[in-house]
Design a protein around this ligand. Sequence first.
Ligand code: UFG
Length: 317
Amino acid sequence: MRLLVTGGAGYIGSVVAAQLLEAGHDVVVLDDLSTGHADAVPAGAELVVGSVADPGEALGRGVDAVLHFAGTSLVGESVQRPELYWHTNVVGTRLLLDAMRVRGVRRIVFSSTAATYGVPQHVPVEETEPAAPTNPYGASKLAVDHMLSGEAAAYDLAAVSLRYFNVAGAWRGFGERHATETHLIPIALQVAAGRRERLSIYGDDYPTPDGTCVRDYIHVADLSQAHLLALEAPQPGQHLVYNLGNGAGFSVRQVVDVVREVTGHPVPVEVAPRRPGDPPVLVASSRRAQHDLGWTPQRQLAAMVSDAWELARSLPD
Ligand code: UFG
C-alpha cells in the first residue's frame, strides 16, 4: 500500500513510518516540523512539509490510507492553552477527513490516548470504560474518536482509534527527541546521564503500593506493530477502538529503579507536589487488540529503558 503518515517526523510516527517501509509499503510523510525533525523521517519516505489542515498535496500522491499521528500531545500544555488543542487536533483532523473524502481515501488509523478515559473506575481499563477525559488533550482526542465514528457510519470510512498508554523506548535509531521533555523515562535518563540534577517525583501520597503513580509502559516498536495490523482490520463503515498497553503497572519509583539498574548510574530524586490531572493508576487491558488483531507486545520495561538510553547517548546534547 501507499500510506500517508501525518506526524511522521515525530517520535511514534517516525518509528511506524520505518516499520511500514520495512514491511514493503510506500510512505509519504506529512509533517509541519513544529516539533518533529526532518532527519527523523526514515530514508525511503517522501517528506511533504506542511499542515494536516492542508493535506491536498500529500494525499494527491496516490495514497491508499492514512496513519494520523500529527497533533499536540502534552497534557499540561493543553490545560494552559486549550485552544491550541482544539484547533490542531480537532479542526486539523476535521480538515484532513474532509480532504480524504474528496480524494476517495477511505481508510485511517488514528493516534488516540488513554487520556480519553480520565480517571478510570476499573483497572485494567477495557475499551468499554466510560470516556471522561480530565484535560483538553484527552477531550480533543475523544472528539476525534467521535468524529471517526460518524464519518465511518455516514461515508463508509474504515477507521481505527488506537488508545495508547505510556509509550517508551526507541527502535533502530528512531525515538523520543522532544525539545520540551515532560515524560518520566526520558527525564530519568537525562538525570542518569548527568544532564539534569534530579528527578522530581510528582506525589508520593497516592493510593498505590509505594504512594507513587502507576502506569502501563509499552515499547514503541510493539505499539508500531499494532498499527500495521490495525491498518487491515476495519471494513468500510466500521470504526474500531483498541487500547494498547502491556497490561502491567509500574510505579514511578519502580521505573526509576529500572533506570538505575539499566544505566548503572545514580538517579537522585526529590518528592514534589502532585501534578494536576494525574490519575493514580492507569493500566490497559489490551485483550481486544490481542484477540482481534493477533497482536502481542514482546518487550518489557527494561528493554524500553535500555533502548531509549542507547538512543539518548547517541544524540548530541
Ligand atoms: N512523573 C514524575 N516526574 C516527572 C515526570 C513524570 O513523577 O518528571 C510521573 C507522572 O506524574 C506520572 C508518571 O510519571 O505519574 C508518568 O508520567 P509521564 O508524563 O511520563 O506520562 P503520563 O502518564 O502523564 O502521560 C501519558 C501519555 C499522555 C496521556 C496520559 C494519560 O504520555 O499522552 O498518559 O494520563 F495523556
